[in-house]
Design a protein around this ligand. Structure first.
Ligand code: DUC
Ligand code: ZN
Ligand code: ZN
Length: 491
């Protein structure tokens, strides 16, 4: 067989297996996985490299207007280029409805902008901020039928938040129509009340953002969201989980058999609230919602990823420049309430997890693949086209040099943010060649494709990956343990 492209001599890993094999690719699809294939018209020598599924980043904000009316710094070109350089070959950003907007127009607008600019494949989630009769009865069911099978709702931000009644309506609709609801779980009034006290006392610096967004606000909202979904008897994705208590609430629901799913992000594994405590407004570069917490929280989140309470690792890339367009709308007078919420992370998501997760033996290579690609594909209706290496799957690949040492800095990244919260951090392991539908997108440190060559992905029914039954929360240690019987080898 004549292949368009072969990837030979590499170590291939999927969520379950690791093996040495050559890949043959025709028309953008993997058509052969064998030893000793003949080279195709294009040929990549992957000796000494890991050949992994291209990453899927199912939580990122691109060319999106925030609740505060601030536009993201990345458009669909810079965001997808940046994602590709970090080993990601599919993104699922949001088409964001604001109050008064009709969903069909929102979707058409994002679709047009993405089609012109994206260099890798993409789908959309919706943000539903205005669940009117028209939205709930007509527009949302239609969007789901058209392949936008998941949507995010907020429990905080005055301009975006839904009340509990509205959340129930949205959950009910999602259950009926076969969609998945993603929820931003923070108690709006707790945050508002704390922030008001802070501002009254003259505490306006970025570090007070982390005080106002108390862990208790996340615990309360996470618990409430889960009870709302139990009332409807449907599943729910809790996004950007940041605290041990939220993990415990999710784990105890899962232990009852409730289909609650959870995601965490780099900022909760690699940053803490201490990073926000910097002179002047510098700390704004580390402010996102929920905020980074502490070292003990990081340990619990690692354990939750390892043992399966949280099965998704996304960037929550929310790119805002350190100027009046984003972090400093009021110049040097900007208070923590006024700055844009969010940190960039599309390009560094996978290298950080590879280096600190696989490199430090916190997770296996197969768990890395699952957390960064396969679980996203299954959860959001893209599997098996995306998220794995199998005959018939799209040839979306990241070819990793596990020994490459890279010092992260804003100057080497491809987003349009101008800083990285991870400046100066060393990582080991980097995706040197990135392939999307059989097209080499990144090679030799350069982009090889044109803007607008990414394709829109209409998605199927979400199938979130359940937490393993044997994962247990230990109230004594606050960490996860496998029960003794699960640790024993079979007879
Ligand atoms: N929630 C997000 O998911 N991203 C950025 C800010 C926010 O509140
Ligand atoms: Zn959010
Ligand atoms: Zn987000």
């Amino acid at each position: 067989m004549n292949f368009d492209l072969t990837v030979r001599n590499g170590i291939v890993a999927t969520e379950n297996d690791t093996f040495t094999a050559d890949l043959g690719i025709c028309d953008g699809t993997i058509v052969a996985i064998e030893r000793r294939l003949k080279p195709g018209m294009g040929d990549i020598d992957a000796a000494g490299r890991f050949v992994l599924p291209g990453g899927i980043d199912s939580h990122c904000h691109v060319e999106q207007l925030s609740g505060m009316g601030l536009m993201c710094a990345d458009d669909f070109y810079s965001a997808t280029v940046s994602a590709a350089f970090g080993g990601t070959t599919t993104i699922i950003p949001f088409a964001a409805q604001h109050r008064g907007m009709a969903l069909p127009e929102v979707i058409a607008d994002y679709a047009r902008r993405a089609a012109e600019k994206a260099v890798i494949d993409y789908g959309f989630h919706l943000i539903v901020a205005d669940p009117t009769e028209q939205t709930l009865r007509q527009d949302l069911p239609q969007a789901i039928r058209d392949g936008i099978t998941s949507f995010k709702v907020f429990m905080t931000y005055d301009s975006l938040k839904l009340d509990d009644y509205q959340l129930l309506e949205v959950l009910d609709l999602a259950k009926r129509e076969g969609a998945l609801v993603m929820i931003h779980a923070e108690n709006n009034d707790m945050i508002r009340w704390l922030a008001q006290r802070m501002i009254e006392k003259g505490h306006k610096a970025p570090k007070y953002h982390a005080v106002a967004h108390s862990p208790l606000a996340e615990t309360e909202a996470t618990h409430r969201a889960i009870q709302l979904s139990r009332l409807i008897d449907t599943s729910l994705m809790i996004v950007h989980v940041s605290t041990p208590e939220a993990v415990r609430v999710i784990a105890s629901s899962q232990a009852l058999g409730v289909p609650i799913h959870g995601e965490t992000c780099p900022q909760y594994l690699f940053l803490t609230a201490d990073d926000i405590d910097q002179p002047g407004l510098e700390g704004a570069k580390f402010c996102c919602s929920p905020p980074p917490r502490d070292k003990a929280s990081q340990d619990v989140l690692w354990a939750a990823l390892k043992h399966g309470t949280l099965r998704m690792f996304s960037s929550d890339h929310a790119p805002y420049r350190f100027d009046e367009t984003g972090k400093l709308p009021n110049g040097d007078k900007t208070t923590f309430k006024q700055m844009a919420n969010g940190v960039p992370g599309l390009e560094v998501r996978m290298p950080l997890l590879f280096s600190e997760g696989v490199g430090q033996a916190r997770i296996t290579l197969n768990e890395f693949v699952a957390l960064t690609a396969t679980h996203h594909a299954r959860t959001y209706g893209l599997y098996p086209r995306k998220g794995t290496i199998a005959i018939g799957s799209d040839a979306d690949l990241a070819i990793w040099n596990p020994d490459a040492e890279v010092v992260l800095s804003a100057s080497m990244l491809h987003d349009n943010v101008g800083y990285t919260p991870y400046e100066g951090r060393k990582v080991r392991g980097w995706p040197e060649v990135v392939v999307s539908r059989g097209r080499i997108v990144v090679e030799n440190g350069t982009l090889q494709v044109e803007r607008g060559t990414g394709q829109y992905l209409a998605r199927g029914t979400p199938k979130p990956v359940a937490a393993p039954r044997e994962a247990r929360w230990s109230p004594n240690t606050g960490l996860f343990q496998f029960p003794r019987e699960a640790m024993q080898a079979p007879e």
